[in-house]
Structures are given as structure tokens and as C-alpha cells.
Design a binder for this molecule. Structure first.
Ligand code: NAP
Length: 321
């Protein structure tokens, strides 16, 4: 529970504390995303009202429903929609939600695996879909770059793109993740510092067929300068900050497309498509290999760790723990 004074703590709540909504869910798992790190530590202005139950996503079983769309026993997933911002989130054992936010658990994933995917994995899939809609195909000339590759969005993006047949270059600042990223399917490792340093030129040698960027700042500016003619760059993250020191030259001389990605208010048809594609295109063996399951009591420490860039892959939060 986040409080106005900053930071968060575990607190006992009862049913009278549940918010308004037409479906009550027995939560089994939530997950840890960069935004959860910001919310739990109080380092980012995520919660808009206090006290606020943190956790931007959850998976569990419907306990009670006033909606004809859901019945007790249905297994469901919720990501975004303002959870932990304007509506209490997933770091709890029971949550009341609006029925239109729920997605049925995809058949090919367990509840735990849906939170291994979580907001980060859904966002990675939305990035890949955006690049495909912009024309990217596996026979593209050049590698597809993923920045912040050792993190949650990055790891899922690497695994997805490699499975789809792309040549994947993974950018990381951590030498200890190189073998891990290769095990997910990366064929090239790019040092984070290579992209974080401005070249001083308006355009660099064309290198990437496309990119998924989770980092922003100088890194995204470098990626744009290095993206090949008519390539797309899906920008979803701000791990290094929220600025973008670029010029328009990649856009007007190389026809590069900068594709913005938002998972929070993403319309339901696109979410449904993304979950279908995650079910078919993300190997569950790789998903399990990139995931650790942690008890809720560890969330305060994990929140600090994810902001420090120290967590690898995805962290599922067992809310009973
Ligand atoms: N648009 C959306 O809807 C949406 C949804 C989900 C996430 N996001 C954003 O996407 C980003 C990644 O989220 P996540 O949950 O995957 O977080 P994460 O697990 O912490 O991954 C971020 C990764 O970025 C790299 N990194 C960290 N600090 C950095 C720095 N100062 N400079 C360069 N690289 C740095 C690290 O990877 P290496 O150690 O491998 O370099 C880190 O593991 C966050 O900014 C998050 O807010 C956006």
C-alpha cells in the first residue's frame, strides 16, 4: 500500500476496503514492472490518490460477478487500466475491478505464466505488432535491436523476435546477462555504452532493420540515427529518463518511423490480439527460464532493485507469500 508520504508497506485490509467495480477477483499472482518500482519506492508519481494498493497487473479467479460476461471460477488477467494509479492494483489477495478490463486467461498459459508475461511482456508484444504493422518481416535486411534487453520488456522482446525468425541484437549494460540473452535467441550483444554515447553526427551508418527501445534518451537517439531506410523503432520505455535528444533527419532522410507504444489504455481488440500472439509466439520454456517467483514480502526490496537495473527478465509476485 503506497501512502502520500512516499514509500509503501504491507497492511491488512478487509472486504469493506475494496473499491467499486462489478467483478471481484481472488488474486493469485501479480508481477514486478519498472512502474511498480517507481510506485512502491515513491520515486515516481504513479499513484494519483492515497492510500493506494500497488501492482499494475494481476491474474486470478473470479469470486463474484455482477457482469454477465464473467462468472465465479473464470480465470482472468488484468494489466494497466490505471491499476495502482487511479484504481487499487494487484499486490493483494482480493481485488474488485471493472468487468471490461478483464481478459480470459489464454488457454496456453497458466495463471503464473500470464503474470510472467504481465505488463512488460504484453508491451513487448505490442512493440512487435507495431513493427509488423509498419512492414517488418523476418527476411528484413539487418538485425532487430532490443535495448534494455536484460529487463522484463527486453527479455520478452528478444525471445519473441528470435522465435519469429528475426536476427536479434540485444543491448545490455550487464556482462552477466550475455549468456542469458543468447539463450533467449539473441545473436549479437551490443554494449549499452555504445548506444548511450552520442556520435556527434546527425545520422550514423545504417545498421538496424528495426528496434524495440525501452531506454529512451541518448540510447533512443542513437538507435534512430542507426536505423536503416524505412525501418521502424517501437519506443515503449524510459529506463534512462524521458528525454529524446534527436533531430528530424532520421525521419525525413531515412523515412524511419518512431512508433509510440502504450499498454495502459491500449484498446481491448489490440490486447486480445497481443495475448493471442503471445500464446502462439512466445515459447513457454523461454518464458519460464526468464522468470523468478517472489513472495509479496520481498516487493519493497525488489522495487529498489528494478529501478537500479538489477533484476533480470521477469519477476512474478506470489500474493499469498
Ligand atoms: N509504454 C508502456 O506501456 C510500458 C509498459 C511496460 C514498461 N514500460 C517501460 O519500459 C521500460 C522497461 O520496463 P521493464 O519493466 O522491462 O523494466 P526493467 O525490467 O527494469 O528493464 C529495464 C532495463 O533497462 C536497462 N536499464 C536500466 N537502467 C538503465 C539506464 N540508466 N540506461 C540504460 N539502460 C538501462 C536494464 O537492462 P540491461 O541491464 O540489460 O541494460 C534494465 O534491466 C521502463 O521504462 C518502463 O517504464 C512501458
Amino acid at each position: 500500500m503506497a501512502t502520500e508520504s512516499g514509500g509503501a508497506s504491507l497492511q491488512e485490509l478487509s472486504d469493506v476496503d475494496l473499491p467499486e467495480g462489478d467483478v471481484t477477483v481472488a488474486v493469485a499472482y501479480s508481477s514486478l514492472n519498472f512502474k511498480d518500482g517507481l510506485a512502491v519506492t515513491g520515486k515516481g508519481r504513479i499513484a494519483r490518490r492515497f492510500p493506494m494498493v500497488c501492482g499494475i497487473d494481476l491474474a486470478g479467479t473470479v469470486e463474484a460477478s455482477d457482469s454477465p460476461r464473467w462468472k465465479p471460477g473464470d480465470e482472468v488477467v488484468v494489466t494497466g487500466w490505471g491499476l495502482s494509479e487511479t484504481h487499487p492494483g494487484g499486490y493483494t489477495q482480493h481485488q474488485r475491478l471493472r468487468s471490461e478490463w478483464l481478459i480470459a486467461r489464454p488457454d496456453g498459459l497458466t495463471l503464473r505464466q500470464t503474470m510472467a508475461v504481465g505488463t512488460a511482456g504484453l508491451t513487448a508484444m505490442l512493440c512487435v505488432l507495431a513493427l509488423e504493422h509498419a512492414g517488418l518481416q523476418p527476411d528484413a535486411d539487418g538485425e532487430v535491436l532490443v535495448t534494455g534487453a536484460g529487463g522484463g520488456v527486453g527479455s520478452v522482446a528478444v525471445a519473441l523476435l528470435a522465435h519469429l525468425g528475426y536476427q536479434v541484437a540485444a543491448s545490455t549494460g550487464r556482462a552477466e546477462t550475455h549468456a542469458y540473452l543468447r539463450s533467449l535467441g539473441a545473436s549479437t550483444i551490443v554494449e549499452r555504452s555504445e548506444l548511450a554515447t552520442p556520435s556527434g553526427r546527425p545520422l550514423d551508418k545504417e545498421r538496424w532493420a528495426a528496434a524495440v527501445d525501452t531506454v529512451a534518451g541518448e540510447t533512443l537517439a542513437s538507435v534512430l540515427r542507426q536505423t536503416r531506410y524505412r525501418g521502424g523503432v517501437a519506443a515503449c520505455g524510459l529506463a534512462s529518463g524521458n528525454d529524446l535528444p534527436t533531430s528530424v533527419l532520421p525521419f525525413i532522410l531515412r523515412n524511419v518511423s518512431l512508433l509510440g507504444i502504450d499498454s495502459v489504455q491500449c484498446p481491448m481488440p489490440q490486447r486480445a490480439e497481443a495475448w493471442r500472439r503471445l500464446e502462439s509466439d512466445l515459447p513457454t520454456g523461454l518464458l519460464d527460464a526468464m522468470t523468478t517467483v517472489e513472495p509479496m514480502t520481498r516487493v519493497p526490496q525488489l522495487a529498489e532493485a528494478i529501478l537500479a537495473g538489477q533484476t533480470r527478465g521477469r519477476v512474478v509476485v506470489d500474493v499469498a507469500g
